[in-house]
Design a protein around this ligand. Structure first.
Ligand code: ADP
Ligand code: ADP
Length: 215
């Protein structure tokens, strides 16, 4: 697929005929310098944006021309998102933030709470379930972010520079946690990073340079 942005007179080819296929259960790094197209690639595969040309197939379904509502349905059911700045809602505590991914999944309030608490246990944060984001460290906030991204058992998780705002120890722990969870529950992770320290823990690395992908 290709992605072209237009900004006034300026034309930017952010992705140039990128071809990529992802294997189930792998932890895949997308590396490359700032501006090389990593976020654009994750946004397209995450169905947050549409390619200018080409096709996207997720779990046997062609997605490039789905409308907004259909893309949202696919995201809620099959995809998870982890962010550089954690993106937790400050007015909700940890377990409530995790529950956000469970709305629209037809669970009772009790079942939703139980499921979210179980997920917090898996990321080692059960003892912080009722803490608010401001009461948590960066590493702990990102664990909540991971719990929220995984609680609805997505098949594919997009993580855009998930460790950029963490110290080395927390960053290494977070990558290790993603690796454990990807192998345990068979979720595929697509992780953008330009941090060489994190790349060694990945199953596979693809590199973007000026919108061109090298596998
Ligand atoms: P990375 O994530 O690797 O830093 P991006 O995917 O964010 O790279 O950006 C790739 C290129 O596309 C950059 O040149 C950037 O300036 C441009 N770009 C990204 N988003 C937009 C947008 N919404 N409108 C116009 N240009 C954009
Ligand atoms: P709603 O606002 O009705 O919750 P959204 O489109 O915001 O619907 O969210 C649908 C799914 O897409 C959610 O699981 C959400 O976490 C995910 N998502 C992740 N990042 C974004 C984003 N940048 N924009 C929209 N949705 C996103």
């Amino acid at each position: 697929m290709s992605k072209r942005y237009r900004k006034g007179e300026l034309v930017i080819d952010a992705l140039k005929q990128v071809e990529l296929s992802l294997d189930k259960g792998q932890l895949i790094a997308v590396s490359g310098p700032s501006g090389s197209g990593k976020s654009t690639l994750l946004n397209l595969i995450g169905l947050l944006d549409q390619p200018s040309a080409g096709t996207i197939e997720l779990f046997g379904k062609r997605c490039e021309s789905l409308n907004r509502a259909e893309r949202q349905r696919m995201r809620r059911k099959y995809l998870g998102f982890i962010f550089q700045n954690f993106n937790l809602l400050p007015v909700l505590n940890a377990v409530e933030n995790v529950e956000l991914s469970l709305y629209g999944h037809a669970l009772s309030k009790e079942k939703m709470r139980e499921t979210a608490l179980n997920m917090l246990r898996q990321v080692g944060l059960l003892n912080r379930a009722y803490h608010y984001p401001r009461e948590l460290s960066g590493g702990q906030q990102q664990r909540v972010g991971i719990a929220r991204a995984l609680v609805h058992q997505p098949r594919l998780v997009m993580a855009d520079e998930p460790t950029a705002n963490l110290d080395t120890k927390s960053a290494t722990d977070i990558i290790e946690l993603m690796r454990l969870l990807s192998h345990e529950i068979g979720t595929t992770f697509l992780v953008s990073t330009h941090d060489p320290r994190l790349l060694k823990n990945m199953d596979r690395e693809v590199t973007l340079t000026d919108g061109v992908l090298l596998s």
